[in-house]
Design a binder for this molecule. Structure first.
Ligand code: FAD
Length: 330
């Protein structure tokens, strides 16, 4: 067979550090060349990107299921005097339960929008071959994976809380969502590795792809000012803060300084993107319908988190290494 070879000695070490605890040995095995010679690395990245997006979608799917589950339970369960009507409504009417349910709904929408924007960029890159579309897809992939899965985890966890004691025990299935989704932040590259990819490889263009996206966000916010001035201003300001953080990042030649803040940076980026897509949905809906109300909830209550995250993103690495290894482990 022309494309087969006998593997004389090859070890595939599992794990990023080549952990000796898990080594696959291929001596004497037959290997077949798939595709063209020297194209393997590109093929591997295509497969990995696909896997990352699939796992991001897994997180979003579980977030949606957990939200629907929690809404159904909260619309049925009665406990305590509620502040609306005659006070005999379900727990859905309690302010804190409503906060949780709206957070679940708004976060799932944000994560789904980011994944869809990434999917559009991938399709456009395939259809046009344009470098800009490829760069957009590359930039959004780690965000879609990490934010999609982190959202799955936080939303499923909140779903348990909405169920109260019934969430902790098995009958309702709420805890099952939480358990199932936990691994998604770990496999196909941990979310820490996704964030390092974002501030490392994906910023090798000097932040160009990120700046182009921020330009679009701000241009859209400008057009939204007439109908939703407060929301538009908050989205515009958040985008500007993110722009400053990107400028700070690309100016850091010390990669450890970038990596030290990469997780909060990725989350802040997702926060701003989420606000942008909520605003777009509000604009597309028009009037004062549910999309506008959900967008307002997100922009007023969830978007502000970006400010604290960006402080962490630009804090550098000194604090992390101030303690010696011995002091840390004491
Ligand atoms: C249920 C399950 C199914 C899986 N299925 C597959 C599969 O089908 N195929 C496959 O190949 N693998 C599979 N994996 C493996 C999975 O991809 C790895 O577990 C994952 O990539 C993390 O690697 P690790 O477990 O070696 O953790 P480690 O690499 O040891 O990571 C531990 C921690 O250190 C951090 N870390 C590691 N290196 C760095 C670094 N350089 N800089 C900063 N932080 C770092 C990580 O982010 C993490 O927080 C599966 C794992 C699970 C749990």
């Amino acid at each position: 067979m022309a494309n087969s070879l006998k593997v004389v000695s090859l070890e595939h070490k599992m794990g990023l550090h080549g952990s000796p605890t898990c080594v696959m040995q291929y001596e004497g095995a037959t290997g077949w060349l798939i595709g063209e010679e020297h194209d393997g690395m590109a093929a591997m990245f295509t497969m990995m990107n696909n896997a990352r997006l699939g796992v991001g979608a897994q997180g979003i799917g579980i977030a949606e299921a957990a939200t629907q589950h929690a809404l159904a339970y909260a619309a049925d369960r009665r406990q305590g005097r509620t502040p609306v009507g005659e006070g005999r409504g379900p727990i859905l009417d309690h302010a804190d339960v409503r906060r949780m349910l709206l957070t679940m709904k708004a976060e799932t929408f944000a994560a789904r929008s980011i994944a869809l924007a990434c999917a559009v960029a991938i399709d456009m890159a395939g259809a046009t071959g344009e470098a800009e579309c490829k760069a957009r897809a590359a930039l959004l992939t780690p965000i879609a994976k990490a934010f999609g899965t982190d959202t799955g985890i936080s939303v499923a966890e909140m779903g348990v809380q909405v169920h109260g004691g019934m969430g902790f025990v098995e009958e309702t299935g709420a805890a099952q969502f939480s358990r199932d989704v936990r691994v998604t932040a770990i496999y196909e590259g941990t979310n820490g590795i996704q964030s390092m990819d974002l501030v490392g490889r994906k910023m090798m263009d000097g932040g160009e792809a990120a700046f182009r996206l921020l330009d679009e966000i701000e241009a859209h916010a400008e057009t939204a000012r007439g109908r939703h001035p407060l929301m538009a201003e908050k989205v515009w300001q958040a985008s500007e803060s993110l722009r400053e953080a990107v400028e700070w990042l690309v100016a850091q030649s010390d990669m450890t300084a970038r990596f030290a803040g990469s997780v909060p940076f990725l989350r802040a980026f997702a926060r701003v993107l989420g606000a942008h897509y909520h605003l777009k949905a509000a604009m597309a809906e028009g009037g004062e319908g549910p999309r506008v109300k959900l967008a307002r909830f997100y922009v007023n209550r969830l978007l502000p988190e970006h400010a604290g995250l960006l402080v962490q993103a630009m804090a550098g690495a000194d604090d992390l290494y101030a303690m010696s290894d011995a002091e840390l482990c004491a």
